[in-house]
Design a protein around this ligand. Structure first.
Ligand SMILES: Nc1ncnc2c1ncn2[C@@H]1O[C@H](COP(=O)(O)OP(=O)(O)OP(=O)(O)O)[C@@H](O)[C@H]1O
Length: 244
C-alpha cells in the first residue's frame, strides 16, 4: 500500500453524546477518486468534518503518510494538505470572487508573491474563476459558484481534497463538469474524497465507491469490479437512498 495513502481505521465521531460514525474504515489513495454515497443523515458530512478536525473523533485513526491526523488540530491538518469544498460552498455572496479568494489566502497565510502564483494556478485550471474575478459571488450561477468553491480549495494546493455534496443545486450538465474536474484533480495525484447522494452519475468517474448507512460503511468496491458494484448499488437502493 502506498505510504502516501490516507488510511482511516475504526473511526468513530459525533456530536456530544450523539455518536454518528461507527467503526469507519476506508483507504484513500493518491490518484484516486473515492465516492462515498449514502442517504440523508447517514453521516457523510460528519465523516468529512471528523477528517478535517472540525469535530473530534472518539476512536480510530486516520494515517496520512503514516502520521495520524486525528492527533492534530485543524490548522495542522490544513498544513498537511487537507482542503474542503463544504456543503453549501461556504462563500461570501456579497464579496467579489477575488475577495473570496483573498480571504482564503489570508487564512492560509500565503505570502504576496506566493498568493499570486496560487491564484494564477487556479485561474489556469478554472478559467471561469478568472473571467468572473471582479463580480460578486452572489451574482454568479450555482455552477460558477461551485467552481469558485473548488478554486478556493485548490488555492491551498491540497494533497487531500474533500468535497461535500457538490452536486446540490447543479443542473446535470454542470454536475458532469464538476465530476470531470474532480477526475482531473485525482489524475494529478491528489487524494479526492467525494461524498454524495447522487451516486449514479458519479460512479463511472470514480475509482472506488463506498456506501455509508447510519454511520457505518456497509459496502465498498473498486468501480472496475462490476459485480461488486452491482451488489453495492442493490444495497444502496434497498436502503432507500436517493437514486440519481
Ligand atoms: N452540528 C450537529 N449537531 C448535532 N447533530 C448533528 C450535527 N450535524 C449533524 N448532526 C446529526 O448527525 C447525523 C449525520 O448528519 P450528516 O450531516 O453527517 O449526514 P449526511 O449524510 O451528510 O446527510 P445530508 O445528506 O443530509 O447532509 C444526523 O442525524 C444529523 O442530525
Amino acid at each position: 500500500m502506498s505510504d502516501d495513502a490516507l488510511v482511516i481505521e475504526g473511526l468513530a465521531a459525533g456530536y456530544g453524546e450523539l455518536t454518528v460514525l461507527r467503526d469507519v474504515s476506508l483507504t484513500l489513495r493518491p490518484g484516486e477518486l473515492t465516492l462515498v454515497g449514502g442517504p440523508n443523515g447517514a453521516g457523510k458530512s460528519t465523516l468529512l468534518r471528523a477528517l478535517l478536525g472540525a469535530i473530534p473523533a472518539s476512536a480510530g485513526s486516520a494515517l496520512l503518510g503514516g502520521e495520524d491526523l486525528l492527533a492534530l488540530d485543524m490548522r495542522a491538518r490544513l498544513a498537511r494538505g487537507l482542503s474542503i469544498v463544504p456543503e453549501g460552498r461556504g462563500l461570501f455572496p456579497s464579496l467579489t470572487v477575488r475577495d473570496n479568494l483573498r480571504v482564503a489566502l489570508r487564512a492560509g497565510r500565503a505570502g504576496r508573491r506566493d498568493a499570486q502564483e496560487r491564484v494564477d494556478a487556479v485561474v489556469a485550471a478554472l478559467p471561469i474563476v478568472g473571467e468572473r474575478m471582479d463580480d460578486r459571488v452572489g451574482s454568479l450561477s450555482g455552477g460558477q459558484q461551485q467552481m469558485v468553491a473548488v478554486g478556493r480549495a485548490l488555492l491551498m494546493r491540497p494533497r487531500v481534497l474533500l468535497l461535500d455534496e457538490p452536486s446540490i443545486g447543479l443542473a446535470p450538465i454542470v454536475w458532469r463538469h464538476v465530476l470531470k474536474l474532480c477526475r482531473e484533480l485525482a489524475d494529478e495525484g491528489r487524494i479526492v474524497l467525494l461524498v454524495e447522494q447522487r451516486v449514479l452519475e458519479a460512479l463511472d468517474t470514480s475509482d472506488r465507491c463506498a456506501v455509508l448507512q447510519q454511520g457505518r460503511i456497509v459496502h465498498s468496491a473498486a468501480v472496475g469490479d462490476r459485480r461488486a458494484v452491482e451488489q453495492l448499488l442493490e444495497s444502496y437502493f434497498a436502503s432507500g437512498s436517493a437514486a440519481a
